[in-house]
Each structure stands twice: as C-alpha cells, then as structure tokens.
Design a protein around this ligand. Structure first.
Ligand code: ADP
Ligand code: S3P
Length: 272
C-alpha cells in the first residue's frame, strides 16, 4: 500500500465519530486504483523484459475483448498496440462490415492477410486480430512468430457483448440480430451463430500458445484488468518454463494437423 493510501486510511485525529466524506472515499478509491495500475505496469514491464521483444497476438472469437484488452495490455507492457481491423479500416477507409458487403469475405481475408504480414514485421507489439484471422492457414506463419494468446469465454457472455455493441458492426452476425425484436430470440440466434463459427474454427484457436479464460465476476465476465493480470501471469509462467525464451513451443497433437488442397491446384489434373 502506498504512503498516500495509508494516509487516506489513517484514523482521523479527532475522536468525535463522523461519517467519511464522499471526497475522502473517492480519494481512497483513486489511490487504490493507482496502486493496482502501477502493480500491473511493473508486472507488465517484467514480462515484456522476459519476452525480449517477441510480439503478442491476441486471437479468439468476436466479442472476447481482443481490441479492448489489447490496448490496455500494450500499455502495461510498454508495447505498441496494433489492431488489424483498425489498420484495415485505416488503409481501405472502409469498415470490415463495408468490405464484407462490397467485396465479400474472401477479399476481406486477403486484405487481412496483407495487413498481418505488415504488422508481423515489427517486434514489441501487442496485436489485436480479427476473429477470423486464424482461418487462413498461411497467416500462422506470422502468428507463430510471436506468442499467441487466445481469449476464451462463454458463448452467452460473448453474445451479450456483441449484441450490446450492435451486430451490424460484425458482418458475420449481422443477419442474426436484426430480424426479431425479441431479445431472448436474438440472443439465442447469436449464440447459435457463435457456436457454429467455433465449431469450424476450434482446431485453429487450439493452436494458441496460451488460452486465457474470461469468466467470471458474476457471469458478467472478468473485468479488463483481471484479464490482463491473467494474461501476464500465463505469459510469465510459460516464458519461465520454456528453455528457449525467444520462441514458445506448442507441439501439435495427433489429429490436430490436416493438410488440404484448398484451391484444388496441387494434386494430379483430372485428364492429365
Ligand atoms: N473484460 C471485459 N469486461 C467487460 N466488457 C468488455 C471486456 N472486454 C471487452 N468488453 C466489451 O465487449 C465488447 C467487445 O469487445 P472487443 O474488444 O471489441 O472484442 P473483440 O475485439 O474480441 O471483438 C466491447 O463493447 C468491449 O467494451
Ligand atoms: O470472426 C470474424 O471472422 C470477424 C471478426 C471481426 O473482428 P472481431 O473479432 O474483432 O470482432 C472482423 O475482423 C470481421 O468482422 C470478421
């Protein structure tokens, strides 16, 4: 506890009982928050030192907080924060939703891959990625150059968040929210859509070096600060246990790897 917090908690010199004023309560709360923030900052810097510049990529399905947590994590670690969706928007002057509508998903993915290749050139970054970045296998060439941290929460929690944001911001959900005024129906549809996306993507999210859970604090999910503490703790433990600090390992298990011919260009030609 800092000296200022201790002073704030010290009993009043006068013996007469009196209620604590609102400004005192606020000062105490601010001092406590400042202590927590500086503790996180110290921890963040210590983890950053151990990572020796290796970038951190946040992955996970939409609504897990990659953008929100990424910005605060970067601050704690003294890293630069980059957000692939924001960078795409900066370059194209269009939101992901507009790009999906105007060019289609595959063109969006191509742009996303180009942006990822650009950001992967830099060290000392926390990169918040779009939820679908894991789908393009060649993107892993870049993701595996850093430490990948998957944020992982209950589907209901994520659905609640994306519905609060407005589903129109997320083109893969846009058709799931707007057709009904019934909130519980909307919720059920978005949860079902998230489940479906996860089914298709789980084998890729599983490739993450670390998985950080987002529960609980009464089902509303852990606050951002708590998520950052969990990430820092997981990074610290993993880096400490890894003999080679500059590259964390994640051995694939049997059945994890399937190799496909996505464009049908690699096998023998039909009438060759
Ligand atoms: N730990 C958290 N606690 C409460 N709300 C959060 C938390 N993390 C993110 N949010 C909120 O959830 C929504 C989705 O977060 P966002 O960072 O955009 O997720 P993603 O980038 O993974 O899609 C935003 O409205 C954000 O403010
Ligand atoms: O899951 C996906 O395929 C997508 C997630 C979005 O990012 P967030 O995960 O930040 O919402 C955004 O990149 C785009 O709408 C596609």
């Amino acid at each position: 506890m800092s000296a200022s917090t201790m002073r704030a908690f010290a009993p009043a010199p006068c013996a007469r009982p009196r209620s604590v004023s609102r400004s005192t309560t606020r000062r105490v709360a601010l001092a406590a928050a400042a202590d927590a923030t500086s503790a996180q900052y110290l921890r963040g810097r210590a983890v950053a030192d151990k990572l020796v510049g290796t970038s951190v990529f946040l992955i996970g399905i939409m609504g897990t907080g990659k953008s929100t947590v990424g910005a605060a994590l970067a601050k704690a670690m003294g890293y630069k924060h980059l957000d692939t969706d924001e960078l795409i928007q900066g370059v194209t002057k269009k939101t992901p939703a507009e790009l999906f509508a105007e060019l289609g998903e595959s063109e969006f993915r191509a742009i996303e891959s180009l942006i990822l290749a650009e950001v992967a050139a830099y060290k000392n970054c926390v990169v918040s990625t779009g939820g679908g970045i894991v789908c393009e296998r060649t993107n892993w060439m870049h993701l595996h150059n850093g430490v990948t941290v998957r944020l992982h929460g209950e589907n209901e929690l994520l659905a609640k968040r994306v519905l609060a944001d407005g589903v129109e911001k997320r083109p893969l959900l846009a058709s799931e929210g707007g057709e009904s005024d019934d909130e519980s129906e909307q919720m059920a549809r978005v949860v079902a859509r998230i489940e479906k996306l996860l089914e298709a993507r789980e084998s890729m999210y599983k490739q993450a070096d670390l998985t950080v859970p987002l529960g609980s604090r009464d089902d509303a999910g852990a606050p951002v600060d708590v998520v950052i503490d969990r990430i820092l703790e997981a990074l610290d433990a993993r880096v400490s246990e890894d003999a080679v600090q500059s590259k964390l390992k994640n051995e694939p298990k049997d059945g994890d790897i399937t190799v496909t011919d996505p464009r049908g260009e690699l096998g023998p030609k039909p009438n060759a």
